[in-house]
Design a protein around this ligand. Sequence first.
Ligand code: ADQ
Length: 458
Amino acid sequence: MSARLIIASNRIALPGAPKPGGLAVALADALAERGGGIWFGWSGEVVERETRGVRLFAEGLVEYAVADLTPEEYEGYYLGYSNRALWPVFHYRVDLAHFDEADFAAYEHVNRRFARLLVQFTRPDDVVWVHDYHLMLMGQEMRASGWDGRMGFFLHIPFPAPEIFSALPQHQRLARGLCSYDLIGFQTNRDTANFRRYLIENAGAVVEDARTLRVFDRSVRIETFSIGIDPDEFAELAESREGRAAAERLGKITENRALVIGVDRMDYSKGLPQRMEAFGRVLDDHVELRGDVSFVQIAPPSREAVDAYQMLREQLDQLAGRINADYADLDWMPIRYLARSYGRGSLAGLYRLARVGLVTPLMDGMNLVAKEFIAAQHPDDPGALVLSEFAGAAEQLPAAILVNPHDIAAMADAIFRALSMPIEERRERWQSLIANVREQDIAWWRRAFLASLDDTQT
Ligand code: ADQ
């Protein structure tokens, strides 16, 4: 019987509420597969008084323990340090980063408070798995509170080149904090190599073996675990009632025109303005396509309290408006830009309807939309995927049409190529893509991470 699992993440999918995505389901499955465990994190609620304890809920074998944030914590820890400093720097946008010592103090405070809350629930032989950039210091704070069991961390976003990471005023604190974990998992070999190089060049780390460094008087294992999806689920969703209904609704509007689709959270890392410009360029260059192809971009706003996100929203509204004004006709709209979210079933149906999927982030940890798009295609008539070389997924999906999202002309060429790709080539590429998506799916990811964590020395 394997040790009990304890998961900590910023947000939690509470019992009863629909699981927002594959990751939430995967983590709940990981807990269930171990015969039960605890999932700890922020409730999503902001309350005036500092709540000292946690609230507990149970669902099957899984216990959920949630804590609220105060308005100051929400501002400093979540909006401030996590989303105005860490997120931009880790996505190579030092120009957008806002460094505020008070924000970092709030980040440290919440990591410490969460660590102390969680330690109360641990038993000596538990295994702890902490997720993502909001909680990088939680492990060190748990050690300070007396926890000396196994503990792993997975970063869902990219780990930048050391020169970029070093722009963070607190980079040394963060690196030392991360090295309190026994295992640190990254999405791609590029991220793993960046973190290793940072530790070797800046912290005097010594290589112990292919995946272990000796640093800060400890042995730390650093490894790549590329997150995946449940491809069968997406194939089924594409044929579900919800999927077919969404495809039918959109199909009525686009009629027999080729459909190009993009689905992203509205975030400056996703390369949305560049993508719209590239689509505009396709229409500039190819008179014959005008009236014959429609681009649907679904992008629900996120983190609207952060200025950079409001500016992006305005920029996209303008760009879509301009391209539509230039090219739309009485019976055709080139870009349908929908700033709202859709259910997973609807998305799957739209992916299947599309001839081309555009996944062109300027930088992305993995990007699950790329894998969902592949899984939703019909094997006989699959759409083509245009994928940014800066998405983590590009490392695993060389059969996509890989593009540099900063090069608008090259992206326009790629979109045109995808639209005119013969069916044999689409099938051939898709076979290779779906094989990758199936091989390293979401169950593989969580099992591989936990097997490696179970295997570390404590
Ligand atoms: P995200 O930046 O949120 O995640 P991504 O992996 O593409 O990026 O998407 C997460 C999920 O949100 C997907 O399942 C997708 O279907 C859903 N989603 C996106 N846009 C949507 C929309 N318009 N409506 C409804 N649902 C939508 C972070 C990292 C990624 C990494 C994941 C998981 O930034 O690089 O792949 O974590 O590790």
